[in-house]
Every structure is written in structure tokens, then in C-alpha cells.
Design a protein around this ligand. Structure first.
Ligand code: AMP
Length: 180
């Protein structure tokens, strides 16, 4: 079911802009004010549950770290498992790793090689925000690398002017709740 205009506004208005964080020129979308607003948070989670309950998913994978919050809550609502895609050096068992370019330098994300115990699982990937798409693109590659079927990539917010969707939709369809 699609989100009503009023519910979309409620979610949008609960996210605050912090100028010049973490550095000058960046407008940081702060979702802590969504999470501490029980009406906005529940409206969002109700919508995600409603959308994905018919997708026949086996796992929700979330991107470090804000993707964990929504991803783990959604997995629990759907009665399925949650898998973290983490920044390099945080996962204890054998991992596969994917490097991606940042404005200055590189970053890396990784996933456990045995992250999905079920064979050929149907997986939803989720993060709070799509900017240049580097992170979600790398996470998508990892999920496919461990032989999962990436069904969709979901974002709360898509900063469309950065064109990140171009990279990510090569892997799977994208669903973003809010577009800026
Ligand atoms: P990117 O790889 O450029 O698509 O960046 C996406 C990742 O960086 C996500 O995990 C976001 O949480 C974070 N991020 C990037 N830009 C912002 C922003 N303006 N506000 C909040 N988070 C951001």
C-alpha cells in the first residue's frame, strides 16, 4: 500500500537538517529526530512492513550503521533474519570485502561469507540514505557475491541530485520513501 501524503509529510518533517556536518558544505540528514518520535517511527515501520510482507523475503540486510536500525526492526516485523553489512574490520568471522571510492580516498564494507545460511535467499538491502551510491553499490555487490538474490534496495531518503540510483539500480530495483 502506498504512503499517504500526510504520512509522508510526517516522516519528512521528523528528519532534521544539520548544516556543515561532518564538514563544511554538507547538509546532514539527521534521523535521530525520527527515531525519538514514536508516531513518525511507527508510521515508517508500518509502511515498510506493509510493503515488504508480500515480497517473500528470507533476510533483510542493513548497511552500517543507520541501516541496522530500520533493517533489524523490519526483519523482526517480517519474522525473518537480519544480516549486517559492516565497515571493514568489525566482523569477526571470514568475510568478503568490497572497496569503494569516497570524495577523498576509499572506504570498505564487508559481509560474512556465511551470512545467509539459507541457499539462494531472497534479500532486501536497506539504508537510511542514498547519496553518491558508492556504499549501496558496494553492499549490493557483496550480497550478490555470496549468492543471494537481491530483490530490492530500499532507502528512507534519496538525494536525487547526486544520481546514486544510477549505480545501484544495475543490481536491483530501488525504492525510496522520500526524494530530495
Ligand atoms: P553514498 O555512499 O555517497 O551514497 O553515501 C551513503 C552513506 O553515507 C549512507 O550510509 C548515509 O547514511 C551516509 N550519508 C551520506 N550523505 C549523507 C547526508 N547528507 N546525511 C546523512 N547521511 C549521509
Amino acid at each position: 500500500m502506498s504512503l499517504s501524503q500526510a504520512d509522508r509529510k510526517l516522516i519528512e518533517n521528523s528528519i532534521r537538517d544539520i548544516k556543515d556536518f561532518p564538514k563544511e558544505g554538507i547538509v546532514f540528514k539527521d534521523i535521530t529526530t525520527l527515531l525519538n518520535n514514536k508516531v513518525a517511527y511507527q508510521t515508517l515501520m508500518n509502511h515498510l512492513e506493509d510493503r515488504y510482507k508480500s515480497y517473500n523475503l528470507d533476510y533483510v540486510a542493513g548497511i552500517d550503521s543507520r541501516g541496522f536500525i530500520f533493517g533489524a526492526a523490519l526483519a523482526d516485523r517480517l519474522g525473518i533474519g537480519f544480516v549486517p553489512v559492516r565497515k571493514k574490520g568489525k566482523l569477526p568471522a571470514t568475510t568478503v570485502c568490497e572497496k569503494y571510492e569516497l570524495e577523498y580516498g576509499y572506504d570498505e564494507v564487508e559481509i560474512h561469507l556465511d551470512a545467509f545460511p539459507k541457499k539462494n535467499p531472497r534479500v532486501l538491502l536497506i539504508d537510511d540514505l542514498l547519496a553518491t551510491g558508492g556504499t549501496a553499490n558496494a553492499a549490493s555487490k557483496l550480497i550478490k557475491h555470496v549468492n543471494a538474490d537481491l530483490v530490492e534496495v530500499c532507502f528512507l531518503l534519496n538525494l536525487t541530485f547526486l544520481n546514486g540510483a544510477k549505480k545501484v539500480k544495475e543490481h536491483a530495483p530501488i525504492y525510496s520513501i522520500l526524494e530530495i
